[in-house]
Design a binder for this molecule. Structure first.
Ligand code: 9D3
Length: 237
């Protein structure tokens, strides 16, 4: 996979793309990430990327020319044929299912906005998909691009060392996770639930399922399907 990022703040990607899962996936050759400063595509001597909005009002708008040029350069250069994704508070909210869809692509381009956003003609004639990462205000699209890249890259074969990803879907079943414990069995008088050290694997499986359903019911009732609700009732008597 190849991910191109268009941003005015390329330095915001240096640490995150070197460290952690993404860094490992890059090292393993599962993904190539190219970060471009589209200020370099501005033609005037001051490399202007923004201007005042037509019609008046506060703030600045990102000009179309540097962004069109940057996208066209990326698409002709790296052979990138994937969609252009614009990170914006007005976008559809990013989900795990979108991460899965994106992980099957050859590549995509992430466009990060700043100020009041991009000229609408960029959206109308260049952008394929507008994504938000949730209902809170960021100062720009960069943290959202990092979130999308992380969620997608960890799904690529070879990114996690493989084992975890397959386990994830079959077991968690759309529920929040059960509590985890490790040694020591007693720490400052705080004991691990006895069932976990009982050696009874069926009892452990049941306990974990019940814990998952209960924590999901109390924190994220929107995630709990009817089948889970019935299971919880059965297992709780
Ligand atoms: C100060 C401008 N705001 C007017 C009320 C609108 C606004 C524009 C641009 C607010 C935030 C931003 C910058 N945010 C993003 O570019 C962004 C974002 C976000 O803020 N929240 C969740 N997902 C995303 S994706 C991109």
């Amino acid at each position: 996979m190849r991910i191109d990022v268009l941003t005015l703040f390329p330095e915001m990607f240096e640490g995150p793309f070197k460290a952690s899962i993404i860094g490992r996936a890059v090292e393993a050759g599962a993904v190539e990430i190219h970060v471009h400063n589209f200020r370099e595509c501005a033609r005037d001597k001051h490399h202007t990327v923004d201007d005042a909005p037509f019609g008046g009002g506060p703030g600045m708008v990102l000009k179309p020319e540097p962004i069109f040029d940057a996208v066209e350069k990326v698409r002709s250069g790296g052979g990138q044929r994937g969609p252009l994704i614009y990170l914006t508070p007005k976008g559809r909210q990013f989900t795990q299912s979108m991460a899965r869809d994106l992980s099957s692509l050859d590549g995509f381009i992430l466009l990060c906005g700043r100020y009041e956003g991009v000229d609408q003609r960029v959206i109308d004639h260049l952008v394929d998909l507008e994504l938000s990462i949730g209902d809170y205000v960021l100062s720009g699209g960069e943290p959202a691009a990092l979130v999308v890249a992380d969620a997608v890259v960890r799904l690529l074969p070879g990114a996690l060392g493989d084992e975890a990803s397959t386990l994830e879907e079959s077991f968690s079943d759309g529920l929040l996770e059960y509590p985890h414990y490790t040694r020591p069995a007693v720490y400052r008088d705080f004991e691990v639930p006895p069932v976990l050290v009982s050696g009874n694997h069926e009892a452990i499986r049941q306990w974990r399922k019940e814990q998952s359903i209960n924590i999901t019911n109390s924190r994220r009732p929107d995630l709990v399907r009817r089948t889970h609700t019935l299971e919880a009732r059965n297992e709780n008597g």
